[in-house]
Write a protein that binds this ligand. Structure first.
Ligand SMILES: Nc1nc2c([nH]c(=O)n2[C@@H]2O[C@H](COP(=O)(O)OP(=O)(O)OP(=O)(O)O)[C@@H](O)[C@H]2O)c(=O)[nH]1
Length: 127
């Protein structure tokens, strides 16, 4: 099982969402940015590393929000989402072709990576 961390990043009441590059696995799907844990890597460290690599973004990790196990056709992921506070970014996208700051109740209208759907539903229930 592949362990993946992602960030629900808040700025002024909106959340950061981005769209995967077309050539990537799940290309064209929207997701919370993040990536795979490296061997023995702490999830919060991995999340900060990925956000810096993929978006040139600095964040503060606030709390664990949800962990979802999802079976795709070829692999299974354990996706753990943390709520985060935006600090600053250059928005230099390496793995995505688009991003948006979006209201929580609008996220569900995007074509989301299937593993993210239960996370978004929980966000809608709890906000
Ligand atoms: N980052 C991220 N990946 C997700 C989410 N939901 C989801 O199903 N995934 C899947 O989890 C896997 C993690 O991939 P990634 O490609 O972001 O990770 P990475 O940057 O470390 O990997 P790479 O270097 O192989 O590209 C992908 O198959 C991706 O489609 C999500 O919300 N965020």
């Amino acid at each position: 099982m592949i362990k993946v961390v992602c960030g629900i990043i808040y700025k002024n009441g909106k959340v950061f969402l981005c769209r995967r590059n077309p050539h990537k696995q799940l290309g064209g799907y929207w997701e919370f940015p993040g990536g795979k844990l490296e061997l023995n890597e702490n999830p919060e460290t991995a999340l900060k590393r990925e956000l810096y690599e993929e978006i040139s973004m600095f964040i503060k990790v606030l709390n664990h929000f949800a962990t979802v196990i999802h079976k795709y056709d070829n692999f299974t992921i354990e996706l753990t989402a943390y709520e985060c506070k935006f600090i600053e970014a250059d928005f230099n996208l390496t793995d995505h072709d688009k991003y948006e700051w979006i209201d929580i109740n609008q996220i569900i209208n995007k074509k989301l990576a299937p593993a993210d759907i239960p996370i978004v539903k929980k966000l809608m229930r709890t906000n």
